[in-house]
Unconditional design. Structure first.
Lengths: 734, 211
């Protein structure tokens, strides 16, 4: 089904199942430990051996030699895989560095060997016996030092540099100006489930139970890396223990499990150890961002400029931190610039809301600084500079843009009017209290997505698609979609996901999954509806599917009857065409945060959080809310604690475990409020939905930073905002 | 949907192993005939009572309790998130107390009574805490969830037993189930998806139901 004109009234609009807060259909499995994640499969036929990965001990250079003799002779060892033994390997389309290093080493903890043994403990012990002689080379590991060597870089297909009007002239003339530089550190996805795979060969075919967000991309990259046809690779990934972008692409566990299983002549299971994950896989790259905003005295922005520097391995992409600045606020004169330096740190790649998450952490502090210089309320400043059209192409409207409503609704609910604009004025016992606001913005991306639907003789509906549920609630919204479309209760629908033998879906990433994949299910269901009315000999035009029946032309027939002679199976995909060019499609929100800062120690505690979101139709308000609170939580981490510490001499992330890399825990997070505005966006898809999984992290860090400023009068522009950055400048504790 | 529970330990392998282990030179049926002596010498029999059922295992002495339960008893509900005691995904209840099962060796638990997530309830017979997690959407990806739920059950017992925490204001008074007590006591269980706010709601409801 092509989607090239705005959606009209359709069966989804009945909203008997869609739009209702619904418990997850996979909940009973997840809460009882019976949902099988990658490393959990214990099919007796598999009897896998255990693989243990050894990571490189240098950041750049070559392996002179490897002594494997002790490892090979160690108890229980079946095989040792290295680049030398593996032979020629390709590199996946989505990988920057090879997944198995040697003799060249591209980054620290790049995999250099896999030891396969009968037992996990044996494999681990034997891996420690491998002696590697390295010839270390000098590398570049410091973004600030490499900044001047950075080159212009494109953001996907978009140009890296953009300009409208005459930014420099308008900025020079603006009566109110802010120019500041902000930094965000390298961050880790730190999903709870380590990357893991079980590989099993049958002749020239390999089956991989793994943990992956994008099944079809990854089948392609496994095939490309191993130099085999795509149709000989099967990926199975029904449950994913968190991804956040870190599992968009294949990592060393998949390839090494496949190579290990081949070398051992039997199935092999491999999980990356937690301390390996941080340097072996990918991370959100650090940024240096310079923002210049010029405004008239009435608050109207006349010039807005955003430049960003980040680093990556050769062939890697920049962090697209300027993206939102092209679209979020009005302003006749504008520019953005993206610069990329070559760094020899581990590969930088997409992490939840790549671009917008770090970009808004900077831009939305800058807006707070502009408001302060103007003596204007920061909510008011954002409302004043709203735009209903793409500011670079004024003939291109937003499909829906309810930023003002988000700010207004949030301000009322949060009692924003009680905020004291002058910083450092409010005390609550030992706490200095402050409030902060920021806008949330993230584009609505659309991806082709397919599904197969089966109608059984018992009236049950089964959906099969290679779509993934990374905690987003996909099982449930796909079930809800099929139930709504076919007029059956949710418990009559079975959803099967994450298997490359199913039709290719959008996969999960870039907050495109929910809207795209349910639209694919919508398309397949429309086809099934046609097949059903045809089978039942009913007129199609006025057919209504409800209560397990098909009603048309004054007749009412049980849905199951259509499949009485045998299961009906149809397949279709949604393809989005044209509307994204004509309309800018984005999601919006407003974050409100209250913090307390200990007057003596500068310890920061988040006291209240509210997000108001406008993101199209909300398919399942229960799981959508969870997506937003989860993203807000990750935003607290980014604002207050998360930072991969770079060893600038040896070139690696030092704090590579969950004790050193701090993420928010229960005690860091207060009760969180989320409000979804009643919005439907027929330009987005037949579901009239948009993405929401990343919107919640966009801007929240800046809202926290602004609240800390409001509490203390200390403006920290280098994330994370830790107490050492406040302590010396804290107002008197008295 | 295929469940790990279907892959129960093979009784035949188990009996064969148990009868041979008196000499401490048992080889699993899968071991190769030419396995070196050292391979055999590090194995030892370990008996664990997991969720009320006795498991007689033949383990490498370095095997953590977590790996014994997951890889040898094939109960994979408990998760390995870090193998370092930093995340809480492996939380089990041993002798009535929650522990990080990755930080303790299986041989230290000869004969111990162990409760894992599978022992609390089943998809069609949920423990009240499991039901509350579903109702309040106290999870997303689900990977930390077994640990959160085991911890959650044990935390309410700890509060009931009057065991104070860092945030307990009055050490002599009876502890109360407050949001701050829950947050403090649950902070060893990381949820990167960020379901904390909902987990507190779920636990509060269960605590209320108990009271």
């Amino acid at each position: 089904m092509k989607f090239d004109t705005p959606a009209a009234q359709n069966p989804i609009d009945r909203l008997t199942v869609i739009g209702k807060a619904t418990d997850r259909i996979d909940g009973p499995y997840k809460t009882t430990g019976t949902a099988p994640y990658a490393y959990d499969w214990h099919d007796p036929a598999l009897k896998p051996a255990y693989g243990f990965v050894l990571g490189a001990g240098i950041a750049k250079g070559r392996i002179r030699s490897m002594d494997l003799s002790a490892a090979k002779a160690a108890p229980g060892v079946i095989a040792v895989v290295t680049a030398e033994s593996a032979g020629q390997l390709g590199k996946g389309q989505y990988n920057t560095a090879p997944l198995l290093g040697g003799p060249e080493i591209a980054h620290y903890h790049q995999a250099v060997a896999l030891v396969v043994a009968e037992g996990f403990e044996q494999a681990r012990a034997a891996a420690a016996l491998i002696k590697v002689d390295y010839d270390a080379a000098k590398g570049t590991f410091d973004l600030a030092a490499a900044k001047d060597s950075a080159k212009p870089a494109k953001i996907m297909k978009d140009p890296g540099d953009t300009a409208v009007g005459d930014f420099e002239a308008a900025y020079a003339k603006a009566p109110v100006r802010v120019e500041e530089t902000y930094t965000t550190p390298d961050e880790a996805h730190a999903m709870m489930e380590p990357h893991a795979s079980i590989a099993s060969w049958e002749g020239d075919k390999v089956t991989l139970w793994t943990s992956n967000q994008m099944i079809d991309w990854s089948v392609g990259d496994v095939a490309k890396t191993l130099g085999m046809p795509k149709d000989k690779v099967r990926l199975i990934s029904p449950f994913i223990g968190g991804g956040f972008g870190g599992k968009l692409f294949i990592r060393s566990d998949v390839i090494l499990a496949a190579l290990g299983a081949k070398a051992a002549g039997r199935p092999v299971k491999v999980a990356l150890t937690r301390p390996l994950m941080f340097n072996n896989t990918v991370h959100r790259p650090a940024t240096i961002q310079r923002i210049r905003i010029g405004a008239n005295k009435d608050g109207t922005i006349t010039a807005i400029g955003h430049e960003s520097w980040s680093g990556n391995l050769p062939g890697g992409r920049p962090e697209a931190a300027v993206s939102q600045t092209r679209l979020l606020y009005a302003g006749a004169n504008r520019m953005t610039a993206t610069r990329l330096a070559t760094l020899d740190l581990p590969e930088g790649n997409a992490m939840r809301a790549p671009g917008e998450a770090p970009g808004l952490m900077a831009l939305e502090i800058a807006m707070d600084e502009v408001a302060e210089r103007l003596g204007m309320d920061p909510v008011q400043l954002r409302m004043l500079n709203d735009t209903q059209v793409d500011p670079e192409k004024p003939d291109r409207p937003f499909s829906k843009r309810e930023l003002i409503a988000c700010l207004r609704e949030g301000g009322e609910r949060f009692s924003w009017s009680k905020r004291v604009a002058t910083p450092g004025q409010v005390r609550d016992g030992r706490w200095r209290v402050g409030m902060g606001v920021a806008a949330a913005f993230r584009n609505n991306q659309l991806m082709t997505s397919g599904a197969r639907i089966r109608l059984g003789p018992d009236g049950t509906v089964t959906v099969e698609t290679d779509m993934t549920d990374i905690g987003t609630g996909t099982y449930t919204i796909i079930g809800q979609t099929a139930a709504e479309m076919m007029g059956v209760p949710l418990d009559k629908v079975t959803v099967r996901l994450g298997d490359s033998s199913f039709p290719v879906s959008s996969g999960s990433g870039g907050q495109w999954g929910a809207n795209s994949s349910t639209s694919g299910v919508y398309a397949a269901c429309m086809k099934l509806r046609e097949a059903v009315v045809q089978k039942l000999g009913l007129p199609a035009a006025d057919a209504v599917f409800a209560d397990g029946e098909v009603r048309s032309g004054g007749k009412s027939v049980k849905l199951a009857q259509a499949a009485s002679a045998g299961e009906i199976v149809v397949e279709d995909a949604i393809e989005f065409e044209g509307l994204a060019k004509k309309y800018q499609q984005s999601t919006f929100g407003a974050h409100f945060v209250e913090v307390g800062v200990d007057a003596a120690t500068a310890e920061i505690r988040v006291r209240r959080m509210l997000a108001v979101c406008a993101a199209g139709r909300i398919l399942n308000p229960k799981s959508a809310r969870s997506q937003v609170i989860g993203a807000m939580t990750m935003g607290v981490g980014a604002a207050l604690m998360e930072e991969l510490a770079v060893d600038k001499t040896r070139g690696f992330f030092v704090n590579h475990d969950l004790a050193g890399y701090e993420v928010p825990v229960h005690a860091d997070i207060p009760h969180q409020e989320v409000v979804f505005l009643d919005e439907v966006d027929p330009i987005s898809s037949p579901m009239k939905a948009k993405g929401v999984g990343e919107l919640g992290i966009c801007g929240v860090g800046a809202a926290i930073a602004n609240a800390v400023y409001n509490a203390t009068g200390i403006r920290v522009r280098d994330y994370p905002i830790t107490l050492d950055k406040l302590l010396e400048r804290m107002p008197d504790a008295a | 949907m295929k469940h790990p529970g279907e892959f129960a330990l093979n009784r035949r392998d188990l009996v064969a192993g148990a009868s041979a282990c008196t000499a401490l030179t048992v080889m699993p049926l899968t071991a190769r005939a030419e396995a070196p002596i050292a391979d055999r010498a590090v194995k030892t029999p370990v008996s664990l009572t997991i969720n009320g059922r006795r498991h007689d295992l033949e383990l490498d002495t370095r095997t953590s309790l977590l790996d014994a339960v997951r890889e040898h008893a094939h109960l994979t509900g408990s998760k390995k998130g870090c193998d370092h005691g930093q995340c809480g995904a492996c939380t089990m209840i041993v002798g009535g107390r929650r522990i990080n099962s990755c930080l303790t060796l299986a041989i230290m638990h000869q004969g111990d009574e162990i409760t894992t997530i599978e022992g609390l309830g089943k998809p069609d017979a949920l423990h009240p805490m499991q039901a509350a997690f579903i109702k309040h959407d106290g999870y997303q990806c689900g990977f930390c969830t077994p640990g959160q739920i085991c911890s959650g059950v044990a935390v309410l017992d700890e509060i009931k037993a009057g065991i104070p925490s860092h945030v307990t204001a009055d050490l002599t008074a009876a502890s109360e189930v407050t949001a701050s007590e829950i947050r403090e006591r649950m902070s060893g269980n990381i949820c990167r998806c960020g379901a904390y706010s909902n987990i507190v709601d779920a636990m509060t409801e269960v605590a209320g139901r108990r009271a």
